[in-house]
Design a protein around this ligand. Sequence first.
Ligand code: BEZ
Ligand code: FE
Length: 301
Amino acid sequence: MTETTTHTISAEQSRREQELTDRVLASFENTPDDRLKQLMQALTKHLHAFVREVRLTEAEWEKAIEFLTNVGHITDERRQEFILLSDVLGASMQTILVNNPADGDATEATVFGPFFLEDAPEIPLGGDIAGGAPGQPCWVEGTVTDTTGRPIPNARVEVWEADEDGFYDVQYGDDRVAGRAHLYSDEKGRYAFWGLTPTPYPIPHDGPVGAMLAATNRSPVRAAHLHFMVTAPALRTLVTHIFVEGDPQLEIGDSVFGVQDSLIKTFAPQPAGTPTPDGRDLGDQEWARTRFDIVLAPATA
Ligand code: BEZ
Ligand code: FE
C-alpha cells in the first residue's frame, strides 16, 4: 500500500497510475527539439504527481478547467489574466529569480507588472515624473554602478508608479501620461528625480484570479512600490522596484511575492518647510526622500 496525504492506495492502483505517467512521458521521446522534450516531460511528471498526490476528483478537474476557461475569457489586449495568475502563484517571481542569478552585490530583480509603457517622457536629472498625478512629492536619488563599484554614466533609468489613489495613468482610460518618465545617470553615475511617495494598491481583482484570492483568504493588495528598469551597455538589464519601510502591507504580504528585503528602503518624511535638495518650493506640503543605489550585474553572468 502507498500512503498519500489522505488516501491509501493499493500496489496495483499505484502501478496503473505510474504506467500511465510513463506512457505519456514516452510519447514525447521523439521530440526533435531537446529543450521542448525536457519541458514537456518535466511538465508531465509534475502534473501527474500533483493529480496523484491530491487525489484530484473529477469535479475538481472540471472546476479547474472552468477556472482556466474564465481566465482566458477575461483576457484581451488590455488585460492579461494569465500573467496575473502566474504572478499570484509566485511563478512570475520564481522565473525572475531563475533568470537573474545572484551576482556579488547586484541589485535584486522583481516582477515587471502590466503598467510599463515604452515611450514615457524623458526628464532631466532632478526632474519630476508626476505629470500632475496626485500624491506626496518624494525626492529619489542614487547611483548606478557595476559590481566592481565603477560608476555607470548615461544609464537609462525608467521609473513608473501608481498615484496616491492607487491607479496608474493607463488605468484612467484617457490619454494622460503621469507617474512615469525616463532619465539618464550623469558622468558619475548619479541620478535623481521627484516622484511620489508610493502607496499600496490592489491588483485587478474583479476576475477569476481575484475570486481565487478571495476563496483562499489572500489580499489582492501589492505592497507600496516604485518601479525601475535600468539599462546600460554590457550590463544585465535590471527590472525591479523599491518598497517602503514600515508599509503594513509588507507584513500582510505582497500579492505577487515581489518583495525582497534588500529592496525595502527608508522613505524619510520631511515636514513642510524643510528645504528641498534642489531648492524646489513645495509651500506647506510635506515631502519625503529616499536613496536607492543600483548595482548592475555583467550581461553575461
Ligand atoms: C504592478 O506592480 O504594477 C503589478 C504587478 C503584478 C501584477 C499586477 C500589477
Ligand atoms: Fe506596480
